[in-house]
Design a protein around this ligand. Structure first.
Ligand code: PAF
Length: 287
């Protein structure tokens, strides 16, 4: 695996990996912020199944963290991450520092209206501008044939697809932006780098999220009204030790528009805080 930290070296490495002519190899990109866990490695494996070579980026993107968020505390473990990626057969690790990504004078912002509003967009103003900006740059830097993102950040995936469609991106084309199913611990908790912040007690309570989502989905499918179902979901989380539920909402999976009834393409989204850690999850109403 080649690890590169500057743009000229990245371009050179990508050209070498791809080769040219009729045998030009395909390259899939898995963008990450590091602190890799099994969920990320699943994305890498899905990418490897689709492309000849896989590139992974590790960049803790300051533009997607708001004031008071966990930018400084965000786990950074480059040597461990690199070893994990090497073991997965990843061809290229793109690990720029902040100056390489946003050099002096950097002034451009990519903002995707509509899908960025609500859910995490409402709780974390500017977050999806930061995500869209860095992912647009990563796409232009690596120019992959395809990219893979986790469905745990479903709204992020919707934002990135909207951006790729709106900006007529070709590397990757919107249809080559793949979502990989959420990887869950045995008790159902969605894997996240932030789970590492949880105490043993809070980690056990955190598994209430997937259970409460399942219960709410069963109630919606059973014909119960959405609003009291979501209130019951919130109560279940607060009763399990969560200090705050940022949102528990039913939304269209593609437009992210708020729904008050299942429209056949609905997803249930939750963000809740426990012991200072904010956890998110989502599930489709019709699996
Ligand atoms: O999902 C993440 O880890 C980040 O939001 C991403 C897509 C790598 C952009 O920084």
């Amino acid at each position: 695996m080649q690890t590169v930290t500057t743009l000229p070296k990245l371009r050179q490495a990508v050209d070498e990996i791809r080769g040219n002519g009729a045998n030009r190899a395909t390259l899939a990109l898995v963008p990450t912020m590091g602190a890799l866990h099994e969920g990320h490695l699943t994305l890498v494996r899905e990418a490897a199944a689709m492309a000849d070579f896989v590139a992974v980026s590790i960049f803790v993107n300051p533009r997607q963290f708001g004031e008071g968020e966990d930018l400084d505390a965000y786990p950074r473990q480059m040597a461990r991450d690199a070893a994990l990626l090497e073991a997965e057969g990843v061809a290229l690790l793109w690990a720029p520092d902040t100056m390489a990504m946003y050099p002096e004078g950097y002034a451009t912002n990519v903002s995707v209206a509509g899908v960025s509003a609500g859910l995490c967009g409402a709780d974390r103003p500017g977050h999806f501008d930061g995500v869209a900006t860095v992912v647009c740059k990563l796409f232009n830097q690596v120019r992959p044939d395809m990219a893979v993102f986790g469905e745990k950040d479903w709204q992020q995936l919707a934002v990135i697809r909207r951006m790729a469609r709106d900006l007529d991106l070709t590397q990757p084309h919107v249809d080559a932006i793949h979502g990989a199913a959420i990887v869950r611990d045995p008790d159902g908790l969605a894997m996240s780098s932030r789970n590492a912040y949880l105490s043993a007690e809070n980690r056990a309570s955190a598994a209430t999220i997937p259970r409460a989502l399942d219960e709410a989905i069963a109630r919606i499918l059973g014909g119960h009204d959405v609003s009291p179902t979501l209130s019951a979901l919130e109560d279940a989380l607060l009763g399990a030790g969560f200090s705050q539920v940022d949102y528990a909402e039913l939304r269209d999976a593609d437009s992210i528009e708020l729904l008050n009834a299942d429209n056949g393409n609905a997803r249930l989204f939750v963000a809740a805080r426990i012991g200072g850690t904010r956890l998110i999850d989502n599930k489709p109403v019709r699996g």
